[in-house]
Design a protein around this ligand. Sequence first.
Ligand code: ZN
Length: 178
Amino acid sequence: MLPIVQNGDKVLRKISKEVPISSITKPKIQKIIANMSTALDSQFDGVAIAAPQIGVSLRIFVVSGRIFDEDFISGKESNKINSHKKNHSKSMVYINPVLIKISKDKKLMTEGCLSVRPLYGKVRRATRAVIEAYDEHGNKFTKDATGLLAHIFQHETDHLDGILFIDKAKDLQEIFAS
Ligand code: ZN
């Protein structure tokens, strides 16, 4: 299994580099994307992962399709595990993502991070975010998100700038999965 880099490792604090567009479809970048997806799928509660979290300082993040699965959203721990096994929705890849618009409307939401186990805390973020990025085929796209996905966009783009949610969170506490 691919280890997920934990807080304290310098790679999490670096500003990640842009991926040259012409290299997106090359084996090197495709392999990184595949490794990120594998690492993400290995975590039953993972919703997204940024490249620095597998030790690669490049501007890429992957969002698990799991977040769109009804039984995952319902939030029960047992359901989360089930939805992981089914894994029906496709993951989404964001390369060189830029938040081109975020709402003034903000909301506190509890978040955690695969690299900051076992801490959870509340972070105030925009309720709506529009992102521009390239997909794994090198095609540029724009995605307008609200709620959880908007929150994820902000958490993940922070990763690419060396920022962790604990820098912004309130009421940090340790929660151990039983
Ligand atoms: Zn994170």
